[in-house]
Design a protein around this ligand. Structure first.
Ligand SMILES: *[C@@H]1O[C@H](CO)[C@@H](O)[C@H](O)[C@H]1NC(C)=O
Ligand SMILES: *[C@@H]1O[C@H](CO)[C@@H](O)[C@H](O)[C@H]1NC(C)=O
Length: 275
């Protein structure tokens, strides 16, 4: 059993059957909290947690919710990417369970918020800071994430190769930061994401990057490939409050990796370092 040292893992593992990402995918993240992996827990059925395998007792982890591509209930479809993000010191709660062939809804993501806001800071979840939550997802999963933007418990949204499908004027009313990671003009969601970015009101922080890889992204490359790299900096910035990580997204780092970046009103985004 690989999850053994942290209080979080210990307690949840008592009732879970952990699956090590190393055994299945040959990678476990490159962030400062690596190695990371995933597990399920009876405490919240129908969901999958990605976390560092060893969490220092004095460390706090913020939370990223994840909606899978295709709104699939297979919470391991993007496992290398999600493991990479977890290794940067984040608890990821993906909708669904490992290998599940069914589907998910936005409500399943909302259940993750209900669960973690009622349990963070206590018992098995003592290391979790649920005052820092971002909702994110790929493609159809991005629509599930968008649906959380009206929830006061969520501070920001990550749209990965996605965009609103019909009620797109909703973007005119967004008041929270939205980050768009798109696959360039050949990405089927490119127009949707571009349109939402443009529709957001002035003053609300927004960031958009395009990497010419199409709709499929790099989620299943080792450690999530270039999406894993930028995702790691992103969570360190917007969830852990490391302002130096922002430099990758707004400066030469992302550009040198092939991203075409645009952003506005980021000065209105303030995140204090997590403690
Ligand atoms: C778009 O409309 C659907 C259906 O009414 C809703 O569930 C969803 O939350 C809306 N999205 C946003 C971002 O408001
Ligand atoms: C964004 O920041 C500017 C300058 O600090 C401020 O005038 C404006 O009200 C802010 N907008 C929002 C939506 O907070």
């Amino acid at each position: 059993m690989r999850y053994s040292l942290s209080a979080l893992a210990l307690a949840t593992l008592a009732s879970a059957s952990p699956v090590s990402i190393e055994e299945r995918q040959g990678n476990s993240g490159t962030g400062p909290f690596a190695p990371a992996g995933y597990y399920t827990s009876d405490a919240l059925e129908g969901h999958t947690f990605y976390a560092p395998q060893n969490i220092p007792s004095d460390a706090k982890l913020p939370v990223m919710l994840w909606g899978n591509g295709g709104c699939s209930a297979d919470a391991t479809g993007q496992a290398p990417f999600l493991t990479e993000l977890a290794s940067h010191g984040v608890l990821v709660i993906a909708s669904g369970t490992p290998g599940n062939g069914g589907g998910t809804t936005a409500e399943i993501m909302t259940q993750s918020i209900d669960f973690i806001t009622s349990n963070a800071g206590q018992g098995d979840w003592a290391n979790i800071d649920a005052s820092r939550i971002t909702a994110a997802g790929w493609s159809c999963g991005g629509i599930e994430a968008y649906a959380q933007i009206w929830d006061d418990r969520v501070q920001s949204i990550g749209i990965w190769s996605s965009g609103l499908l019909d009620n797109y004027t909703a973007a005119n009313d967004f008041t929270k930061p939205v980050f768009f990671f798109l696959g360039g003009p050949s990405d089927i969601a490119y127009q949707n994401g571009e349109r939402d970015y443009a529709a957001m009101p002035a003053g609300v922080p927004k960031w958009k990057g395009n990497l010419d890889v199409g709709h499929g992204g790099t989620y299943t490359d080792t450690n999530g490939g270039k999406f894993g790299v930028i995702g790691g900096y992103w969570v360190e910035w917007i969830l852990r409050g490391d302002s130096s990580a922002a430099d990758y997204l707004t400066g030469d780092g992302a550009k040198n990796d092939g991203w075409t970046v645009e952003y506005a009103d980021l000065e209105n985004l303030s995140v204090s370092p997590i403690e």
